[in-house]
Ligand binder design. Structure first.
Ligand SMILES: [Zn+2]
Length: 302
């Protein structure tokens, strides 16, 4: 589906039976080259490949914003299907795509059964892997290109991608999530442990300097707000959430599951996601966000 007349096709790679339009893969169509931004989880690789088959497209580039399973989990399967494609990743994520054993183990610890739902990643051959430096440019033909900016905070191996000249900014999880549940938009920060708020905010400011027209988080689709307004609101929300979590931790509530239970009393968006978000949104977006914030304040106290 082409939205807002941008040359971008949004492919839903949410694992079947666990909701719709929560995890996106974006096919960016340049005049000469095509790039897929995000692969989605390994368990959705067949859905993604059959959609690309229908479109008759073999991507030239496959870019992952970071290596978490819902973003780069299918990189190995796609590398196999598209042996000519270059897989582009943050230099700190490189070795985990080449050898995902440790990533898989850590993901199971953090996500529990949701990791199983996302599926086990397989290695990407090193000859297809390309580590992207901060500021790197991928030409797609004519005046169309992808500009890569390192945006740590959500994860140390995170990068965001500006699609020029349209100025769409694919933010992965570096600027939160924005998805619809029964027609209601839910926006949340995404701050799993080890969360680094200073870096996260610094990255938001870097992204604002790119003056994006629209923000495109992986979860899910092109947000309707003007890009810089989205980023300002997101920063404000992040600070509000950090404040609420800090108060609870100072009161002695330092178990993430207790904080996750209490937070909806203080924050409307927390209440919305708990009541209506479903399992993936709860575990992958909400709980891991609360956990990262609690962990940050508990670490600070030690
Ligand atoms: Zn994610």
């Amino acid at each position: 589906m082409i939205r807002d007349s941008y040359p971008v096709i949004i492919i839903d790679v949410t694992p079947r039976d666990y909701g719709r339009e929560l995890i996106a893969s974006y096919l960016v169509i340049g005049s000469e080259k095509t790039a897929l931004i995000e692969t989605g989880p390994a368990s959705s690789s067949e859905t993604l490949i059959s959609r690309l088959d229908e479109l008759g497209i073999e991507p030239d580039y496959i870019v992952v914003t970071h290596i978490h399973l819902d973003h780069g989990g299918a990189a190995g399967q796609l590398a196999k299907r598209y042996p000519q494609a270059k897989i582009i990743v943050h230099p700190r994520g490189y070795k985990h795509l080449a050898n995902p054993a440790k990533l898989w183990q850590a993901s199971q610890q953090v996500l529990g059964e949701v990791a199983i739902l996302y599926g086990e990643p397989i290695p990407v051959p090193e000859k297809q892997l390309h580590p992207a430096e901060d500021g790197e440019i991928i030409e797609l033909g004519g005046d169309q290109r992808l500009y890569i900016q390192h945006t740590p905070g959500h994860a140390s191996h995170h990068m965001s991608i500006l699609f020029e000249p349209h100025r769409l900014l694919f933010t992965g999880d570096a600027a939160g999530v924005s998805f619809l549940v029964d027609g209601m938009r839910i926006r949340l920060p995404t701050t799993p442990p080890p969360f680094k708020p200073e870096l996260y905010i610094e990255s938001l400011e870097k992204m604002k300097k790119l003056n994006p027209s629209k923000i495109v988080p992986t979860h899910y689709g092109i947000d309707p707000l003007p890009g810089t307004e989205y980023l300002d609101r997101h920063k404000h929300q992040l600070e509000k959430w950090l404040g609420a979590v800090q108060k609870l931790v100072e009161k002695g509530v330092s178990d993430p599951s207790q904080v996750a239970e209490k937070l909806p009393e203080y924050l409307d968006e927390a209440r919305d996601v708990v009541e209506k978000g479903g399992k993936i949104a709860y575990v992958s977006f909400y709980y891991s966000t609360v956990w990262g914030m609690v962990d940050y304040f508990v670490r600070g106290k030690q």
